[in-house]
Design a protein around this ligand. Structure first.
Ligand SMILES: Nc1ncnc2c1ncn2[C@@H]1O[C@H](COP(=O)(O)OP(=O)(O)OP(=O)(O)O)[C@@H](O)[C@H]1O
Ligand SMILES: [Mg+2]
Length: 250
């Protein structure tokens, strides 16, 4: 088991955003969290990574309780998440944006190397890793381009690469394919499958059902903060409740 959420609850004033939610995520698999707008998907991400503190309930990562643990400690354990809105440094290059994802340890070592003029080995590692990630997302040709000049689809890929730069084991992606063309969605799909081959665990929030049904090993469905279904793509596709509240909408 990679991640386990037990009886999680979160209210905002009078609104119960997450209502006694429990689920678990298998290691080295793709688990998707789906549901209508406002169902509580991003809130679940925020609760797991301590961007929000739950009212009650528990979160475990590889048997370690991480409930309300400071975000940097959660990151150090090997969890990374992206945000639903595109957070990118417009004035930095594509390459520099990816470099920022490299772990604190590498950044600290780089700082030391700049201050003291040592550790070129670390600099080399960072350079190589950044190039490797640029290649992974297929954007080697625009590595020096300022982020403000690249397309929306390219920005989504840079955000993914920045998350991968952390070398986290559990990668939580909040709508990585939102607003993308079919071609770009296919690119994302291919990259997710490759990450699984490399041993990563993926927790995906996504509205694109073609993507979700094709890549997921497991799907959890939320509605008004409650889990209404939990199963493999085939089970979810034919679940009456899911069709009624979500799939039937499109
Ligand atoms: N920080 C907050 N303060 C107050 N209300 C919030 C906060 N965050 C989320 N909410 C509310 O909680 C509910 C769940 O929101 P959330 O963003 O988790 O939904 P979502 O499933 O991610 O939706 P979408 O598919 O539109 O991204 C919504 O009613 C939202 O308005
Ligand atoms: Mg959301």
């Amino acid at each position: 088991m990679s991640l386990e959420v037990k009886n999680l609850c979160k209210s905002f004033g009078g609104l119960t955003a997450i209502d006694d939610l429990s689920f678990s995520i298998e290691k080295n698999a793709i688990t998707s969290l789906i549901g209508p707008n406002g169902a509580g998907k991003s809130t679940v991400f925020n609760l797991i990574t301590s961007f929000l503190i739950p009212d009650s309930g528990h979160v475990f990562y590889s048997d370690t309780e991480i409930t309300a643990m400071p975000p940097h400690k959660i990151a150090n354990l090997g969890i990374v998440r992206t945000f639903q809105d595109v957070k990118i440094f417009n004035k930095l290059s594509v390459r520099e944006n990816i470099l920022l994802g490299l772990s604190q340890t590498h950044q600290q070592r780089l700082l030391t190397s700049i201050l003291w003029g040592v550790s070129s080995e670390n600099k080399r590692y960072m350079k190589e890793r950044t190039e490797e990630l640029l290649q992974f997302i297929g954007l080697e040709a625009i590595g020096d381009e300022r982020a403000e000049n690249i397309s929306y689809a390219e920005k989504k890929l840079v955000i993914l690469a920045r998350a991968l730069a952390t070398d986290a084991e559990l990668i939580m992606l909040d709508e990585p394919a939102a607003g993308l063309s079919e071609e770009s969605v296919n690119t994302i799909m291919g990259l997710l499958k490759r990450l699984i081959k490399e041993g990563k665990t993926i927790f995906l929030v996504e509205h694109n059902m073609d993507l979700v049904l094709q890549v997921s090993d497991h799907i959890i469905v939320l509605n008004f903060g409650k889990k209404i279904a939990d199963g493999d793509p085939k089970q979810i596709k034919h679940d009456d409740k899911v069709i009624e509240v979500y799939l039937g909408m499109s």
